[in-house]
Design a binder for this molecule. Structure first.
Ligand code: WTA
Length: 671
């Protein structure tokens, strides 16, 4: 669906039953009283409750400053250090407790206690200082799921440097874009890592990103996946590489004084796809973000210091930042990290890990659940795991997948918590607090304490609450976890999130309404059911991709005159991109061109974004003013009615496309 076309949303799902949280869960939960909602209704003071979970160097003078909307400030005048909150302050009580449990794909197991983490974060902070990183610098991390990643993040936080973690699956070009946009001259990478038993040369991506025109990397810190660099890697001495292990060897036992950061100083950037070709750097603040991540990890995920908590996301995305690293560590619990894929060496890997560490809380995505479902419950059989709390995030979960998760992973005695939020929001915004309300498959549930969502019509009128009608999901009141701005581009921040539903000439923060880009329904029971994106952003296997980003990757191919990308629904992966291309005159449609398109997407974005259908068509559906009507293509891809085509310049185009698609399915044989 394209927000500029008419948004016809429908709530097609039949009404679902409710499930009670098990009494044993309720009896032990962190939040057991609905009064929490009343406390947070005191805006903004309710949010003090989250900030008070942290250790501050200076307490804040003012909870919220809304005087310059939409540039809100939280816990104004307060100062703190995030690494102290996630590490140092736990030493007195639990220095020998595991902070991180890491399992490598090839089976290595490493337990890092809070004391170990303290030592390693300090030593890495000393390494960063040694190579000249200073407070406020942006350090780009391109690291897979190895302990070096959270250690480097926390080391940055310790010295007040702003980390920008780029998901390891991103290509060299995508990394270069993000380095360039953030003007980041320090890159942290690694020689390689394992995926399905194969060694991936990761440094090759760093090499190409460093050579790219848009980057000016002065120092590239290179970790080694094993105790020494992988045999294939050789350094010439002429490049900007510094081996982390070499500098670490000189920094054994180093202690680095944590920098006291203003609550409003940025903690990190997280690039995410939007509605233009260029990803945007969501900038998150130190105090408000950490308070919100810790608060929601405690109230929603029910994390306790005694828990072993495992989130299967990658730290390269926001879920991993908030709910593998910052939230659980701020609360002093044990967080599990796994390097590899769930089907290596076989499809019971995850359940073996859950059993081995006796994981209490497990967090995954609907895409993963659909995959487990397809693989079959026999892979869970015989594994002695016992979860009390299961989370899902990233896409709407179909009731069948919910039910499977509940029956087979939760064994009917765990709560299922469907959490709706975004990179921009820093933490959960809509989800039930697990002990307070009944679960309803397919619905995220109530707004989190202090959060005020609403649904608006396209024209900006507010839809009556609990009407059961679908609309644009907005948030009417600020919260501490929200992004500060788009890095280096305040105008884009306003354009993307505020302009559509706010009175942008008002100085009163109450007139500023945050646009989420999602559509949702608010039921009579007060539960929100999120329907998905209304703008040109899609979620592919839990990865957020922009239509425009994909289209510009496709347009790089010489043979292509024009391209449009739309989301096709896929029973397993949620959505997959369908690429429609018009070839230049004189170029013939061929498997070779199709492969070039796929290769270009892999180069520009990463292999995880690989489209499986490239459809050759002779024209694209366009309005009289020449705008591509992606909605028509989306209907074709999803075998739906074409909808209103009267505004098309050439109304015969959709039928031609439909025929072309039927003749040539667009798929190439998978290698
Ligand atoms: C979608 C991930 C339905 C939504 C934390 C949102 C969801 C986008 C849910 C953000 C959910 C996330 N139910 N849809 N529980 N959670 N989404 O930035 O479309 O990677 O706008 O953040 O994922 O994706 P992002």
């Amino acid at each position: 669906m394209n927000e500029h076309d008419s948004t016809e949303l429908e709530a097609r799902l039949p009404d679902q039953e409710y499930y009670r949280p098990p009494p044993e869960f309720v009896g032990q939960a962190n939040v057991t009283d609905h009064a929490v909602y009343d406390r947070f209704e005191e805006f903004p003071d309710g949010f003090n409750e989250y900030a008070e979970l942290l250790t501050w160097d200076d307490r804040w003078d003012e909870v919220f400053d809304g005087s310059d909307p939409p540039f809100f400030e939280w816990f104004v005048g307060g100062s703190l250090n995030a690494s102290v909150n996630c590490v140092d302050r736990h030493l007195a009580e639990r220095k020998n407790q595991a902070a991180l449990i890491w399992e490598g794909e090839s089976g290595e197991q490493r337990t890092i206690t809070y004391q170990d983490l303290f030592r390693q974060v300090n030593e890495m902070a000393a390494v960063l200082k040694e190579v000249g990183v200073e407070e406020g610098d942006v350090v780009t991390l391109h690291l897979p799921m190895v302990p070096a990643l959270p250690i480097t993040m926390l080391a940055c936080a310790r010295i007040g440097a702003v980390h920008s973690v780029v998901f390891a699956g991103f290509s060299a070009n995508a990394l270069a874009d993000r380095l360039g946009d953030a003007d980041s001259d320090v890159l942290v990478s690694i020689d390689g890592y394992y995926r399905r038993g194969e060694w991936l040369d990761h440094k090759a991506k760093a090499d190409d990103a460093i050579d790219a025109e848009e980057t000016s990397v002065e120092t590239a810190l290179l970790w080694s996946r094993h105790d020494e660099l992988h045999g294939d890697v050789e350094l010439t001495g002429e490049d900007p590489y510094v081996l982390v292990d070499d500098v670490l060897a000189e920094k054994r036992g180093a202690r680095v004084e944590p920098v006291s950061r203003d609550a409003e100083d940025p903690l990190f950037l997280m690039y995410t796809s939007g509605t233009t070709g260029k990803p945007k750097g969501c900038q998150h603040r130190t105090g408000g973000y950490l308070a919100y991540a810790a608060g929601t990890a405690k109230y929603v995920l029910d994390v306790k210091p005694t828990d072993t908590y495992w989130c299967g996301a990658d730290i390269g995305w926001i879920t991993g930042h908030s709910y593998i690293v910052y939230g659980p560590l701020a609360l002093g619990s044990t967080t599990v990290m796994y390097e590899g894929t769930p089907d290596y060496p076989d499809r019971s890997r995850l359940w073996e890990i859950a059993e081995r560490y006796d994981v209490d809380i497990f967090h995954t995505s609907p895409t993963a659940i659909r995959q487990f479902m397809k693989w079959g419950e026999e892979h869970l059989a015989g594994h002695d795991f016992d979860f009390r709390h299961l989370t899902t995030v990233g896409e709407p979960i179909q009731p069948e997948a919910w039910q499977w998760y509940y029956d087979h992973v939760g064994e009917e005695d765990a709560v299922i918590v469907d959490t709706w939020w975004q990179t921009e929001t820093g933490g959960h915004l809509i989800t039930n607090l697990p002990a307070l309300d009944d679960m309803k498959p397919g619905s995220a549930g109530r707004p989190c304490p202090g959060i005020e969502p609403a649904l608006y019509e396209d024209d900006g009128t507010r839809i009556e609450p609990a009407s059961g009608r679908a609309g644009n999901l907005v948030i009417e009141r600020p919260w501490p976890g929200m992004l500060q701005t788009v890095y280096g581009d305040d105008d884009r921040f306003i354009d993307e999130y505020w302009r559509r539903f706010s009175e942008t000439d008002s100085d009163d923060w109450r007139d500023w309404v945050y646009k989420t880009g999602d559509g949702a329904v608010h039921g009579q029971d007060g539960y929100y059911r999120v329907l998905g994106r209304l703008d040109d952003v899609m979620n592919v296997s839990g990865h957020r991709l922009g239509t425009m980003e994909l289209e510009s990757a496709v347009a790089e191919v010489e043979a292509i005159a024009e391209a449009a990308v739309v989301a096709r629904e896929d029973t397993e992966r949620g959505h997959v991109p369908d690429v429609y291309v018009v070839l230049r005159d004189g170029v013939e449609a061929s498997e070779a061109v199709r492969q070039q398109v796929i290769a270009s997407v892999e180069d520009e974005i990463g292999a995880f974004a690989r489209p499986d259908r490239v459809l050759f068509v002779s024209d694209l559906p366009k309005t009289r003013s020449g705008k591509i009507m992606r909605r028509v293509l989306e209907n074709i891809s999803n075998s739906e009615d074409l909808g209103d085509t009267t505004t098309l310049r050439d109304p015969s185009v959709p039928d031609q496309i439909r025929q072309q698609v039927q003749t040539d399915g667009g798929e190439s044989p998978r290698s």
